[in-house]
Ligand binder design. Structure first.
Ligand code: C5P
Length: 335
């Protein structure tokens, strides 16, 4: 480990959220996970993270909601009080990722992480996974570990199904998909198989403009997966593995998410969010991941912002516009 060569002690980064443009379930595995196929795209709704290298061997995490937990609560009056609390350190993915980093790379010091949360929790937008991936990349940068080191990808896959995507869609544990997906491999979009950790990068999507609703009720990933049903004839993801046509955003395959059926049964907000998006004439309204956030496509950035404003006035949750972004999150070194 090149610790002596590393002069800087602080890294700042902005871990992005993701949306699932396609998600189908193929079966239940012996380890309790579900075999799935999904298409994930990183979007420019980001948390803000500062990671400081410490001489002492402690791992510290301070987290606050941005602009404040109070404002999030005002928008989501029916959300459980615990929604805006951090899970205990031993369950928190950022802390666990940094502990594993120390163990695997034999790093004797510690880290302090200052995190500002802007990605909704329990939304299916991968906020905690993205934070964990960013913390791993920051730790690698601070300790002179190559970001392409396979051990980082292994820690990521071990800690959570979505973390390898955020670590780097190009270097995750590869899916055995044989399909060629074009030479221009986009860094912000990937096809994922297995439990979500086997990645095949996809070419950059045409410029997309998303409108997102985070309803007043978050959903537990565990609960949605535990109640889901495996279809007898799963939908095929093949359309997503072909190079996406030209720059016409209407040519992207229709969005689909098998977990929407289950989430609808658990929370009435899913139906309301999807209807609200479709009612404004937005295309492909569906849920992301295990919910509860839902999204649809607008024709321009302006139309997306206008739709988000209109929806915000209806008190159906936190509504915002977003656009694709690239991965992994950029790291800024500070001395
Ligand atoms: O991998 P991750 O910790 O993010 O998954 C959270 C929970 O979601 C798992 O404990 C499991 O219950 C469920 N899950 C699943 N199949 C997947 C991914 C997640 O059943 N492919």
């Amino acid at each position: 480990m090149g610790q002596l060569a590393v002069k800087f002690t602080v890294v700042e980064t902005y871990p992005p959220a993701k949306l699932n443009l396609f998600l189908e379930l193929l079966g239940k595995r012996a380890d309790g996970y579900h075999e799935l196929q999904t298409v994930m795209i990183a979007i420019d709704r980001c948390d803000a993270m500062r990671v400081i290298r410490l001489e002492r061997p402690s791992i510290e995490l301070v987290c606050r909601w941005s602009p404040s937990a109070e404002i999030w609560r005002q928008h989501l009056p029916t959300a459980a009080a615990t929604t805006f609390e951090l899970p205990p350190a031993e369950e928190n993915l950022v802390t666990r990722a940094l502990q594993r980093f120390r163990d695997v790379f034999g790093w004797p010091g510690g880290f302090r992480v200052e995190l500002e949360k802007r990605i909704p929790a329990g939304a299916g937008m991968g906020g905690a996974s993205s934070d964990a991936a960013a913390a791993l990349l920051a730790a690698a940068e601070l300790c002179g570990v190559e970001r392409a080191d396979r051990r980082l990808a292994e820690i990521a896959a071990e800690l959570g199904s979505d973390i390898p995507f955020f670590l780097d869609p190009r270097t995750g544990l590869r899916s055995n998909t044989k399909r060629a997906v074009g030479a221009r491999q986009g860094a912000g979009m990937a096809f994922a198989a297995g439990r979500g950790e086997l990645l095949t990068p996809l070419p950059a999507a045409p410029k997309l403009h998303f409108v997102i609703i985070y309803p007043p009720e978050p959903l537990s990933t565990k609960r949605v997966f535990s109640q889901c049903r495996i279809p007898s004839e799963p939908r095929c993801a093949t359309a997503w593995l072909e190079p996406l046509g030209g720059t016409d955003r209407r040519s992207i395959p229709p969005s689909f998410n098998r977990l929407t059926e289950t989430a609808r049964e658990i929370s009435g907000w899913i139906e309301r969010a999807i209807e609200a998006l479709a009612g404004l004439g937005l295309r492909g309204a569906t849920m992301t991941g295990s919910g509860s956030a839902c999204f649809a496509l607008a024709d321009s950035a302006r139309a997306a912002r206008r739709a988000a404003l209109l929806l915000s006035a209806r008190r159906i949750g936190v509504c915002f516009a977003a656009a694709p972004t690239s991965l992994p999150a950029t790291l800024r070194r500070k001395t």
